[in-house]
Design a protein around this ligand. Structure first.
Ligand SMILES: C[S@@+](CC[C@H](N)C(=O)[O-])C[C@H]1O[C@@H](n2cnc3c(N)ncnc32)[C@H](O)[C@@H]1O
Length: 253
């Protein structure tokens, strides 16, 4: 894959899942460089349509909200707000912890937590995590001096016709970035009709999202390469392939 924006192979070690950021057990962490490239390509699509404002970023299958939190650290200036939802309450608990790391208070609490683990177990990994937390803190001080990124987290079924619309109220979102369940370790939590194979969950997800998209909104869906990501109400505006993953970028017609 040719990177058009995230051209430099940066050292992302300080941002690794399970170090300072919390890991969602059973879910592979989203690759940071791919997340960054996807975000920037979506932003470029919006700009080509004449829209250049910071985005309200939404993930209706947020899991631990790792890639949303990472995107904030790397694209702070281009993000106005982060909204995250998931059906699984244990995922939401992790998401809340990760999104708290976008504030200095939340990061300070995380550092105290790691310090307590370091004092109890004396592991080298905890010392390394504290060094990484220092790097994140320095970055967050300079980022949060520019503006604060509000975050909103709620429980919702992305496959229910009205769930997204109801919980977002009248709010519209500019960029949806979803890492959908792959069906290996992570599965759709689905109504019976989908389990019976009568309805494609990806189609239903995209159908529901149409209610909450702002004009010139872009939807990026990360999935396994063999999954078909299509809906007649959307046009494809980009595609990335990396390893077993594909990221399909769509705009509503
Ligand atoms: C691949 S994981 C997302 C991981 C996330 N990108 C991260 O960085 O932590 C997919 C998520 O979809 C959620 N999910 C499955 N079915 C859902 C549904 N019907 N509505 C909302 N979320 C659902 C799962 O609970 C899981 O957290």
């Amino acid at each position: 894959m040719v990177y058009r924006f995230a051209k430099e192979r940066e050292d992302y070690a300080h941002y690794a899942s399970g170090k300072v950021f919390y890991n969602l057990p059973g879910h592979p962490a989203f690759p940071i460089r791919l997340a960054s490239e996807t975000f920037q390509r979506c932003d470029a699509v919006r700009k080509a349509r004449g829209v250049d404002s910071p985005v309200t970023l939404y993930d209706p299958c947020c899991g631990g909200a790792y890639h949303l939190s990472i995107l904030a650290y790397f694209h702070w200036e281009n993000i106005a707000e982060i909204i995250a939802s998931d059906l699984d309450s244990s995922a939401l608990a992790v998401a809340g912890r990760n999104l708290s790391l976008l504030t200095l208070e939340g990061l300070a609490q995380r550092m105290q937590e790691i310090e307590r683990m370091e004092a109890s177990f004396g592991k080298a990994s905890h010392q390394e995590a504290l060094l990484s937390a220092d790097v994140l803190r320095a970055r967050l001080i300079s980022l949060s001096a520019k503006h604060h990124i509000p975050t909103r987290l709620f429980q919702a079924d992305a496959l229910q016709q009205t769930a997204d619309q109801g919980l977002l109220g009248k709010q519209k979102v500019d960029l949806v970035f979803i890492d959908i369940p792959y069906g290996i370790k992570s599965n759709w939590i689905t109504p019976a009709a989908i389990q019976a194979g009568e309805i494609d969950p990806v189609w239903l997800l995209l159908e529901n999202l149409r209610n909450v998209l702002a004009s010139a909104a872009v939807v990026a869906v990360s999935a396994l390469k063999q999954q078909k990501i299509a809906h007649a109400g959307y046009q494809q505006v980009g595609k990335l392939k990396l390893g077993k993953r594909q990221v399909t970028m769509l705009m509503p017609r």
